[in-house]
Design a protein around this ligand. Sequence first.
Ligand code: AMP
Length: 282
Amino acid sequence: MKIINNVKKMQACADQARFEYKKIAFVPTMGYLHEGHLSLIRIARELCDLLVVSIFVNPSQFAPHEDFDAYPRNFQRDFEMTEKEGVDIVFSPEIDEIYPSKFQTYVSLEKIPIHLCGISRPIFFRGVATVVTKLFNIVKPHTAVFGKKDYQQLLVIRRMVSDLHMDIDIIGGETIREHDGLAMSSRNTYLTKTQRESALSLNKAMKSAQTAVESGVIDASRIISETKAFISSHPGTQIDYVAICDPETLEDIQVINRPALMALAVKVGSTRLIDNMILNMK
Ligand code: AMP
């Protein structure tokens, strides 16, 4: 496995692979890898001849008060995990390599980011769209794999790729959970034992919502208020949003008479967790 931290070198490897008609698949990450990341890597491995994983904690998607400095990092462990999965190249650039001092070009979308996480994190999706565009131009993949755990992010990437005619297939991988239902996240490492107990309320609440919908409840506002009450009854939780919305536009849905996205963002202590599920009628 090669570790590359230079843009030009990465581009040269991608050019060489394309010259040899090799298929390049790409999994962008911020590192501190877990089984969720590995599941995407395994999907990508099957689709290509050259598998590239990036590890880059992207400063442009963090607001000044957020956890950029504290974000967990363990490059050695990440390299060992990627090597075991048969990754060919880990691209892990320094910040200056991606954002040199004269940098001033951003990619932003008009509609998808005005919902859900974009409300409390107004610069987040601009940072994501910008860094993913840059990484696509550096890694030159045919295919890239993203997790449905970050549902809104996946929508942003799909929209951007379509709008900007990027010739890349975007694949969505299912959310991988701990045995007790907590969605895996690098940020779970911040949670104390009690906070982790409280964090389980997100998945439990979504499951109850699904059961309610199956039993004929169609009033989204009723499910939302029951969900909020349930999560708030757990110590240390502070709800950012609970939404039931259209899975494509993310606009709120009042009546659940078709598949609807339930999306949650909750702070547990100071850790912000997100999760989502598609609610299906019986
Ligand atoms: P991150 O390192 O958090 O930026 O995530 C890198 C990629 O892994 C993104 O496409 C995420 O959606 C995906 N991902 C994160 N957590 C999970 C999970 N629990 N299951 C599946 N994919 C995930």
